[in-house]
Ligand binder design. Structure first.
Ligand code: SF4
Length: 354
């Protein structure tokens, strides 16, 4: 999603005369579009700014903007800690970056813009064409999350679930295809929670996939990231009927242990997860799966860990994002006591997936 956002930030900046440069020391402006999902994200931002400072010590200071989820989480603190930063802009406010720069040039007053206002954001972005011209293009359809898994910062940094208007998405998809895209990857923190209602018609992710399936010259459709609880039958059926939907699903499970899933507040269990996998396999024999795993979650025992390994073997995932649990400040899990299993299980990184 940050890649999509970064491209859209470029689109907005182009409207006030900025171009991309590959020559670092020529830049008039640095935008650090940040992610807060893993630990040390904040420190990485300060290190990067340190590098910019060093490179520009004999030149005119460039404008330095920190955007994205670290900006949202740290807000005013960033400007206080590092005066080299001129603006912090949250992920729901980056459509204002052009106006904020023009304003900053007049007043020279530091900017902290971290309001949650996704509706305005997508209305404003809809007026500026998406310049992505890659074969495979990213397209955000939904943002935010209401699920509040106990380890995750997303509901606090991206805000509540919001789905973009159906027609706005289809128009953007058609424009991407006419720019040369042949694959579209629909994005959302909870992409399969997509829900939009207009003129007594309800639209879900399945409605979008079916509409995209009819666009000439579009060859492939993908979507990420899904929550098991939103894998509804209408979406599962798309894997049977929509030939452009790739036979692949990234479906994060996080743990193979029901006890740990409950403690994580995931709101699904392994029996339910496997039921979805079986349904999908039964309607599309080509379908493959990938997932996310957290190892060493507070309270995880050898038995819980073994349950995760058993699940991996049973489903036969073709890929995974597997991480040692890392504490995110402000989340409910951060208040739980860490156990020492996380040190002993680092070898999951070398576990062979098949
Ligand atoms: S569903 Fe995903 S984005 Fe939402 S809180 Fe859980 S892990 Fe985070």
């Amino acid at each position: 999603m940050n890649e999509y956002d970064s491209n859209r930030i470029y689109d907005v900046l182009a409207t006030i005369g900025f171009n991309k440069t590959k020559v670092r020391n020529e830049a008039d402006c640095f935008v650090l579009n940040t992610c807060h999902i893993r630990e040390k994200a904040t420190e990485k931002v300060y290190h990067e700014i340190g590098r910019v400072k060093k490179d520009f010590r004999n030149n005119k200071k460039p404008l330095v903007i920190v955007s994205g989820c670290v900006a949202q989480a740290e807000s005013e603190e960033m400007i206080k800690r590092e005066p080299y930063i001129d603006m912090v802009i949250g992920p729901q406010s980056y459509h204002k970056v052009g106006d904020l720069i023009l304003d900053y040039e007049r007043k020279r007053k530091k900017v902290n813009e971290t309001e949650f206002d996704v509706i305005t954001k997508f209305d404003e972005l809809g007026k500026i064409s998406n310049s992505q011209n890659k074969i495979s293009s990213l397209l955000t359809i939904q943002e935010g999350c209401d699920k509040f898994c106990h380890f995750c910062v997303v509901p606090y940094t991206r805000g509540p679930e919001y789905s973009r208007p159906f027609n706005q998405i289809i128009d953007e998809a058609k424009s991407l295809v006419s720019n040369g895209s042949r694959e579209i990857i629909l994005l959302g923190q909870n992409v399969n929670a997509y829900y939009f209602s207009e003129n007594k018609k309800n639209y879900r992710l399945s409605s979008l996939i079916r509409e995209l399936n009819n666009i000439n010259n579009l060859k492939r459709i993908r979507f990420t990231t899904s929550h098991p609880n939103d894998m509804t039958d209408d979406l599962i059926d798309c894997y049977k009927d929509c030939e452009k939907l790739m036979p692949f699903l990234h479906l994060p499970v996080q743990s193979g242990s029901d006890r740990i899933l409950k403690s994580m507040n995931r709101k699904h269990n392994i029996k339910y997860y496997l039921k979805i996998i079986e349904k999908l396999k039964s309607i599309n024999s080509y379908i493959k799966f990938s997932s996310d795993f957290i190892i060493g979650y507070p309270g995880e025992t050898e038995k819980d860990y073994k349950d995760t390994i058993d699940l991996i073997e049973r489903v036969g995932f073709i890929n995974s994002f597997s991480f040692i649990y890392s504490e995110r400040p402000g989340t409910p899990a951060a208040k739980k006591k860490l156990n020492n299993i996380q040190e002993s299980k680092k070898d999951l990184k070398t576990y062979k997936m098949f």
